[in-house]
Design a protein around this ligand. Structure first.
Ligand code: ATP
Ligand code: MG
Length: 393
């Protein structure tokens, strides 16, 4: 069918034509933010899920709805190897400028900007990746000691007071949280904790890979009481249908039931894969309705596409020993596996492969669902590994 109107949108962070199956989480975020703005007890949310389940697009949706409701949103994505202050500073400045344009009276927003200025000066000494040139002024003695934990608490307190004065709240939206370094994450959690204690309206809504739950707990033991961790998983069969059918229906295109069933079997409801299968099924179909036979042709194309992009970019970042470790995991299967079983397949001691395991966790390729257990963060990666490395040498 016409490639010009193909509605499906596979990609990283690419807004889907229909955001299926996530209304509950969106509502949860809206409630938490409203409670926070009204000075009521509320926990921040950390959305947890594997690669390609739709964390980023969910954060984007939450961000849009939150802004539309007159909250001040600070959106940050954490790339590997950038410090939190370097990311936070420009985003906070923009947010504070926006706050200052809001109609309610008060000077605390201007003061918060000066405090941010002092924070910049102090942090520049410590973090080489801060490239912030503007002079925002300063408030000597506030948030400028150079100790991140201390200064972040002071900064967030000022920001929270400014928001309260304007009868709004700050929604801090951070993607890929698992890449924040432990000490910096600890400082962030502490700053949010202080805001909660003092009923200041600053709330974190973050997203990341499953390892972030453990990281938060290690950074600050009270993190589990400060946040909720909604699991963002594959879509149910019902939501899968909706994700595929709704965009097509708008263009007058239907699916044979068996075609939907086949896509569900192939993708297991993983959103990114759904978009790929939807795209290729559309491409393979001559006309509506899209048939199961179209999906079967699409499967070949979709897998070829995944193998050269989604899976490949992740595979190419691995060292030979990391590849072997993952290949051994694939040999055992797609589910969670014990370190001991993996190392014995590799004919090595658990201890001797521990550094490889650690670096795979740091790269976000695997995570440990419980002590001594390992799982892939990339859905269906086991099948890919078997295709590119047919044998475990
Ligand atoms: N609820 C949904 N319904 C339909 N499609 C979705 C849904 N959520 C995400 N998608 C699609 O899935 C793909 C991946 O989404 P996204 O980039 O948000 O995933 P992610 O969890 O952030 O992945 P990563 O961990 O790699 O950053 C996109 O193509 C998006 O359009
Ligand atoms: Mg993402």
């Amino acid at each position: 069918m016409d490639p010009r109107t193909n509605p499906y949108a596979p990609g990283a962070g690419t807004v889907p034509p229909e955001l299926a199956g996530r209304s509950e989480v969106i509502e949860k975020a809206a409630i938490a933010l409203d409670r926070c703005r009204n000075g009521l007890a509320a926990r921040g949310l950390l959305l947890v899920g594997l690669r390609g389940v739709g964390k980023t697009v969910l954060l984007t949706r939450i961000s849009q709805e939150t802004e539309a409701r007159n909250f001040v949103v600070v959106s940050i994505e954490t790339p590997e190897n950038r410090s939190l202050p370097a990311l936070l500073i420009p985003a906070l400045r923009t947010a504070l400028l926006k706050l200052n344009r809001m109609s309610a009276a008060g000077d605390l927003g201007k003061r918060a900007l000066r405090v941010l200025g002092g924070f910049v000066g102090a942090m520049k000494v410590k973090y080489q990746d801060i490239e912030f040139g503007l002079d925002l002024g300063s408030e000597p003695g506030v948030a400028d000691s150079g100790d991140l934990e201390h200064d972040l608490v002071a900064l967030f307190t000022e920001v929270g007071r400014a928001a309260k004065e304007k009868k709004t709240a700050f929604g801090l939206l951070i993607d890929e949280i698992q890449y924040i370094k432990e000490a910096e994450f600890a400082a962030l959690i502490m700053a949010l904790h202080k805001c909660t204690q003092n009923q200041l309206p600053v709330m974190l809504i973050g997203a990341g890979l499953p390892q972030l739950v453990g990281q938060a707990g290690r950074a600050k033991s009270y993190a589990e009481r400060l946040f909720e961790y909604p699991q963002i998983g594959p879509l149910s069969k019902e939501a899968t249908r909706e994700a595929l059918l709704a965009p097509a229906a708008k263009l007058g295109v239907e699916y044979e039931e068996a075609a939907i069933e086949e896509i569900y079997q192939q993708t297991q409801g993983y959103p990114y894969f759904l978009q790929e299968w939807g795209k290729y099924s559309w491409q393979c179909a001559e006309h509506s309705p899209i048939l199961r036979s179209d999906v079967l042709s699409a499967t070949e194309l979709a897998i070829a596409e995944l193998d050269t992009s989604f899976f490949r970019v992740r595979f190419d970042r691995l060292t030979p020993s990391e590849k072997r470790y993952l290949r051994a995991m694939a040999e055992i299967g797609a589910t969670s596996q014990r370190s001991g079983d993996i190392s014995s397949l590799l004919k090595r001691e658990v201890q001797s492969v521990a550094p490889v395991r650690a670096s795979l966790i740091a790269k976000g390729m695997i995570y440990s669902p419980s002590h001594g257990e390992n799982s892939f963060t990339v859905p269906l990666f086991d099948g890919y590994l078997k295709r590119v490395m047919p044998h475990l040498e």
